[in-house]
Design a protein around this ligand. Structure first.
Ligand SMILES: Nc1ncnc2c1ncn2[C@@H]1O[C@H](COP(=O)(O)OP(=O)(O)OP(=O)(O)O)[C@@H](O)[C@H]1O
Length: 307
């Protein structure tokens, strides 16, 4: 007989009513959300939306002004039982003046009990990390690679990457995504990734959180989110017949052929009509959907502020 999962057994992170103020800025405004265990979560949003602040509070690197965070069922701040389970990889990581990559890896080896030395060595080769150059003198991409290697090889039960790709070129970024996915499938754990490059990481994500101006705008499975809109391609008249008066997110014309993205799921009848009219139905780009949502939110805020 299986016992039902308890809340503690399925949730890696619980944030309840979390607010973080910096003088006049409310970086997080009463944020409540959960990140389930053993999933890859995306934390997306515009510049200044509150992503780094939320990640810092969730990983106990910063305190909330109000509210509470729990990681694996416990308040993580100054909690030696939970902190060794958390690896937070951030772009602006500081290292001592003369630290070499081997010093950073040695520190990670002693901090994280699941550290995999063989995997770390493979990653050092894969990302061509110079081992004799002080980290402070490395290029931006090389520094990012050091962080990415620590995040991957630590195999921490909760690993949080704050825009880990900064500075990595397209080839290195793809390598990171591939390695992350492969290693995660072999060693499931809870991973949170923040990024501006939404479409680039969309295929990794099982759960998507979109934050805008300190508020959570989206908190749902990637599958449900993808269902919020569709793109139809085909003859203009036929596309218009299917979309009716749905809200149009994007519309392009190539002669008589149009490509239109609309909000809303299609019903079974509408899907049949799509087939009969010989239209192509394409999943919507996550980036397009999120850009639309955050732009609308900004307009609503502006209107309510009387601009
Ligand atoms: N230490 C701080 N002191 C004052 N204001 C801060 C501080 N840290 C963050 N903020 C403010 O809080 C808001 C959220 O910042 P945060 O860094 O969390 O955004 P972000 O979503 O990570 O942005 P980006 O994508 O540009 O990195 C911003 O308005 C920022 O100016």
């Amino acid at each position: 007989m299986t016992t039902p999962d308890t809340v503690e057994s399925v949730r890696a992170i619980e944030a309840k009513g979390v607010t973080r103020r910096f003088k006049n800025t409310v970086a997080l405004d009463n944020v409540t959300l959960n990140f389930e265990k053993d999933k890859i979560h995306g934390l997306l949003g515009r510049n200044g939306a509150g992503k780094t602040t939320l990640m810092s509070v969730m990983t106990a690197q910063d305190w909330p002004s109000e509210g509470e965070v729990r990681v694996f069922g416990q308040v993580p701040h100054e909690n030696e039982q939970v902190l060794p389970d958390i690896c937070f990889v951030r772009e602006d990581q500081r290292y001592p003046e003369d630290a070499l990559a081997k010093h950073a890896f040695a520190a990670a080896r002693s901090a994280f009990e699941n550290w995999d030395e063989t995997f770390a060595k493979q990653l050092i080769d894969d990302f061509h990390v110079p081992m004799k150059t002080p980290i402070k003198k490395m290029s931006r991409g090389q520094k990012s690679a050091v962080g990415v290697i620590i995040g991957l090889a630590s195999r921490a039960p909760l690993t949080v990457f704050d825009e880990p790709y900064m500075g990595l070129d397209a080839v290195a970024r793809q390598l990171f995504y591939d390695l992350l996915l492969q290693d995660y499938s072999e060693n499931p754990r809870t991973i949170v990734v923040s990024s501006h490059l939404i479409d680039e990481i969309a295929y990794l994500l099982e759960h998507v959180v979109v934050i805008d101006q300190g508020d959570i705008m989206v908190d749902e499975s990637a599958e449900d989110l993808a269902d919020r809109a569709v793109t139809l391609v085909g003859h203009g008249d036929a596309v218009r017949q299917v979309i009716g008066n749905r809200e149009v997110l994007n519309h392009e014309e190539m002669g008589r052929i149009v490509r239109t993205t609309v909000l809303g799921k299609l019903s079974a009848e509408e899907r049949q009509l799509v087939n009969e009219l010989d239209l192509d139905l394409i999943p919507v780009s996550l980036q397009q959907l999120i850009v639309h949502m955050t732009r609308n939110n900004a307009e609503e805020h502006r209107d309510s502020e009387g601009f």
